[in-house]
Ligand binder design. Structure first.
Ligand code: HEC
Length: 124
């Protein structure tokens, strides 16, 4: 009987990691939670702005109206055309190109993010 109790006690001591009580588990959650939250909080418009600056701005300009010529065709004024197209249309134009505009090398979330930026900047 006595040896069983000692045995059980030694198991329970071994099963909990040394020097880690509920407090350190709370401390772990304290550090882990913000990390998880910041991993989830994705700022699509901010990401999209960075993508726009390195992908679209050369031809369309920072304000969307630059109209740089490609093969004699002016890049569309985004302040005019963006509200005319659905997100699906825009995604197709961006990834496949349209007319004189070459396909842009963006995928998945990059496309969603740049469209979020286009909507926020040039209209719904
Ligand atoms: C190499 C220059 C170039 C780049 C880079 C470029 N575009 Fe264009 N874009 C054009 C040109 C030129 C047109 C006009 C195409 C035509 O009418 O033949 C155009 C047209 C468009 C149109 C209107 C299409 C239509 O049918 O009216 C949209 C929307 C557009 N671009 C969005 C974007 C976005 C978003 C990006 C970045 C992801 C981008 N473009 C990158 C040159 C460019």
């Amino acid at each position: 009987m006595e040896s069983e109790i000692v045995h059980a006690a030694s198991i329970s001591t071994r099963s909990s990691p040394p020097a880690r009580g509920p407090l350190s588990r709370g401390t772990l959650a304290f550090w882990l939670l913000p990390t998880l939250l910041s991993g989830c909080a994705h700022d699509a418009v901010a990401e999209g702005e960075a993508i726009y600056e390195r992908t679209c701005e050369n031809c369309h300009g920072a304000d969307g109206t630059a109209g740089i010529q490609v093969d004699g065709v002016a890049a569309a004024d985004l302040t005019v055309v963006i509200p005319q197209f659905s997100d699906e249309d825009l995604a197709t134009m961006i990834t496949e190109g349209i007319g004189a505009m070459p396909a842009q090398d963006l995928q998945g979330r990059e496309v969603d993010d740049v469209i979020a930026y286009l909507r926020a900047t040039f209209g719904e």
